[in-house]
Design a protein around this ligand. Structure first.
Ligand code: GAP
Length: 439
């Protein structure tokens, strides 16, 4: 889909700075010097991240009758990860620099023999396989071994029978889940792109085996479209099939939806054909039957699985980068986050033109009305121009200004973030006017 756009390295710093300055993302434990690769989502960041997850849930679960939701536990016993293959296969090749002691993922080293930290040549140890799962103990004093899940997917497989029985769904049907996953990444980095704690949005779509290819193609198309519908320029997206040497241990075919990050193309989401690998593994290891009896044909089969697996935190970063722009307006630079109204932290901001009580009170009433329907900000500080700029920077699509004329004509001005055009709307029409933009 890419039309030859090129990476923009300077964008990265601009977006990271904006995230800190405006309360999207803070380095975690900052007052203690930070804790590498962990981040906290601030007042506007938490709204945006929830919007990303809500947009995914809306498209994958709410608007479909063939997909149901699940919220499975994060902690799991070793048996789950033994069966899934993660205890054996979920590893990255790790090398140490003998000179400076730094550790690297072997396959991430750009110039094979040279240490990126100290510049020493040919100083690396032999690669050894490092398991990325976080291990812990459940229960006091030498409790049972447990793992933090490295993907949400296994929760869907081990609940296949529970969900299928209670929902009465027949293949093709899906189980979807959003939640935290944990990986002890050797080289986290690029802000929230690769972290050790992150959020995933995954769906396991169970299909009759002979329909797997059809559904794989279908979900590749659907998932690419989702990012475009939410405002990412198609020239910044592409679908890249994995080579045989890249495939995960469970996959026979995978394509990544990639985004042109400031440092180059990077994965946003993988769509994998997992075949019957997971259900067979869990059936064998648990002794429980995990298959489907098709009454129409009187046959029993193990469904195959097509899995679109996305990162919520990574998607949020892509939306921020894709939306960021600066432009000159009457000799003054303005920074705009051109976020889709469904993704923007606030859909609207109510701005009383002055701090006089005669405006503040009705403006607060309007805020309460709007806040019933969507995230709304209220800002009475500073000059109106500065308030517009602040809302532009956090991506608020519509600023609603309550002015002195409003007291007489019962109308307000709505300013569009992108065009800066203003329209006068009767108070009673504000909610439907904005709601029409959210479709
Ligand atoms: N169940 C399949 C699975 O987990 P994956 O490609 O390893 O597949 C899916 O992960 C998505 O999760 C990735 O495309 C990415 O968006 C996100 N993700 C994976 N590791 C991540 C990390 N360390 N930090 C942030 N997001 C990550």
């Amino acid at each position: 889909m890419s039309d030859g756009a090129s990476p923009q390295p300077e964008l990265f710093d601009h977006v990271v700075n904006l995230c800190k300055r405006r309360g999207f993302v803070f380095p975690s434990a900052e007052i203690y010097g930070g804790f590498r690769s962990t981040y906290d989502y601030g007042p506007v960041g938490v709204l945006m991240l929830r919007n990303v997850k809500d947009a995914w849930w809306r498209s994958i679960v709410q608007r479909r009758h063939d997909v149901v939701g699940l919220d499975a536990s994060i902690l799991g016993p070793p048996q789950v990860w033994e069966a899934s293959g993660h205890l054996t296969n979920f590893t990255d090749p790790l090398v140490d620099c003998r000179e400076c002691g730094q550790r690297f993922r072997e396959d991430s080293l750009e110039s094979g023999d040279v240490c990126p930290h100290c510049g020493a040549e040919k100083s690396f140890t032999e690669a050894r396989q490092f398991n990325l799962m976080f291990k812990t103990q459940a229960g006091p004093v030498s409790g049972a071994d447990a793992y933090l899940r490295p993907e949400t997917a296994q929760g869907m497989f081990i609940n296949f029978a529970n969900v299928q029985f209670t929902s009465r769904k027949k293949p093709p049907f899906g189980i979807a889940q959003i939640g935290k996953s944990f990986r002890n990444e050797i080289t986290p980095g690029n802000f929230v792109f690769r972290t050790r704690e992150f959020e995933q949005m995954e769906m396991e779509y169970f299909v009759p085996p002979d329909e797997a290819q059809k559904w794989y193609d279908y979900w590749c198309g659907e998932r690419l479209d989702w990012y475009v519908e939410l405002g990412i320029d198609p020239g910044l997206l592409r679908l890249r099939p994995h080579g045989d040497d890249e495939l995960s241990h469970y996959s026979s075919e995978t394509s990544d939806v990639e985004f042109l990050f400031p440092w180059g193309w990077g994965e946003l989401e993988g769509i994998a054909n997992r075949g019957d690998y997971d259900l067979i593994q869990h059936a064998d290891h648990s002794g429980h039957r995990l298959d489907f009896f098709d009454q129409a044909t009187n046959t029993r089969y193990v469904p195959h699985v097509i899995e679109p697996a996305a990162g919520a935190t990574r998607a949020m970063m892509a939306f921020l980068i894709a939306g960021y722009r600066t432009e000159m307006v009457r000799d003054e630079e303005r920074t705009v986050l051109g976020l889709h109204p469904r993704i923007a932290p606030f859909v609207a901001a109510v701005l009383p033109l002055s701090r006089k009580a005669e405006l503040i009170e009705p403006a607060q009433k309007l805020f309460s009305e709007l806040a019933e329907h969507f995230n709304t900000d209220f800002d009475e500080t500073q000059a109106i121009g500065k308030r517009y700029r602040r809302q532009d920077e956090i991506g608020t699509p519509y600023c609603v200004t309550y002015d002195f004329d409003s007291l007489d004509d019962g109308a307000v001005t709505i300013r569009d973030r992108d065009t800066m055009d203003q329209v006068r709307i009767p108070l009673a029409g504000v909610v439907p006017w904005i709601q029409a933009k959210l479709v």
